[in-house]
Design a protein around this ligand. Structure first.
Ligand code: DGL
Length: 283
């Protein structure tokens, strides 16, 4: 816990729960902090049970339910942000059903924003295998497939490599992996037949945005979802009269995996210093 100690008990003063399979959701937390600086957040990285993206749906659903239960019971969260495309695709309908009073925001690959800006009408999508094979993604794709052609690439191992890279100095392997996947998708650029937009459909991927930018070139739009998710969270809190009016919010970070890893990632990406809590969240 940083800052003030216990959270105040009244509704609007309670924290917002955020979770991901690991450090990726910090990309969403960064946007949430920018949009809602007065709010307190509790972030859980389920690194002890990650990656989610290449596991079966039952595992992701079980873990999402366990983390949600933990956030409600231990921290009395007033809202939940599922900062993981894979968990959103697999579990958000069930989580909403099981937690009817809890305002909830999920993340989904930015296919619609990409369709709105593409000129070449060819769009690349990178995400986990689990997200791309989900019924939820299939429905999303069908809703926009008349507007453009989507080239979807599962990136096995990329989220895990991003986690590992936090403790490593050189990014050579990470860059090689990004290169392998983007090359497999085809040509990027602004010419006819090329993909002029790349959707980052996993919350880990904004942390390799620089490498992806180098690989696809300056003319390609890279789309992630932090900003829209943060704005949706604000709208939802407002409509439930749960928006905190003033003050400066604090973070509380916990992990089911290595504390140092989440601490280093939070320092690098959020300039956050504090004690990461070691959590046991049984399934
Ligand atoms: N960050 C998660 C997502 O947005 C996936 C990472 C994983 O495979 O665990 O899908």
């Amino acid at each position: 816990m940083t800052g003030t100690g216990a959270f105040a008990p009244d509704d609007a003063s309670r924290p917002i729960g955020v979770f991901d399979s690991g450090v990726g959701g910090l990309s969403i937390l960064r946007a949430l902090r920018a949009e809602l600086p007065q709010e307190d957040f509790v972030y859980i990285a389920d690194s002890g049970h990650a990656p989610y993206g290449e596991r079966d749906t039952a595992h992701v659903v079980t873990r999402s339910r366990a983390i949600t239960h933990h956030l409600r019971k231990q921290y009395s969260v007033k809202a939940l942000v599922v900062a993981c495309n894979t968990a959103t695709a697999a579990a958000i309908d069930l989580l909403r059903h099981e937690n009817p009073g809890l305002p909830m925001v999920g993340v989904e690959p930015a296919l619609k924003p990409a369709a709105a800006i593409t000129r070449t009408k060819r769009i690349g999508v990178i995400a986990t295998r689990s997200t791309l094979s989900s019924a939820r993604f299939d429905a999303l794709l069908r809703s926009v497939e008349r507007e453009a052609e989507f080239v979807c690439q599962p990136c096995d191992g990329l989220a895990e490599a991003i986690e590992i890279s936090i403790h490593q100095q050189d990014a050579i392997e990470l860059i090689a992996m990004c290169a392998r996947y983007t090359v497999a998708m085809g040509q990027f650029g602004s010419q006819t037949g090329q993909m002029d937009a790349l959707v980052l459909g996993c919350t880990h991927y904004p942390f390799v945005e620089e490498h992806l930018r180098d690989l696809v070139g300056p003319d390609v739009a890279l789309l992630s979802t932090g900003g829209p998710v943060a704005r949706q969270t604000r709208r939802l809190l407002q409509s439930h009269a749960k928006l905190k009016a003033s003050g400066l919010g604090h973070f509380r970070l916990g992990t089911t995996g290595q504390r140092e890893l989440l601490g280093t990632a939070a320092l690098n990406w959020l300039a956050w210093r504090g004690d990461v809590e070691a959590l046991a969240v049984p399934s």
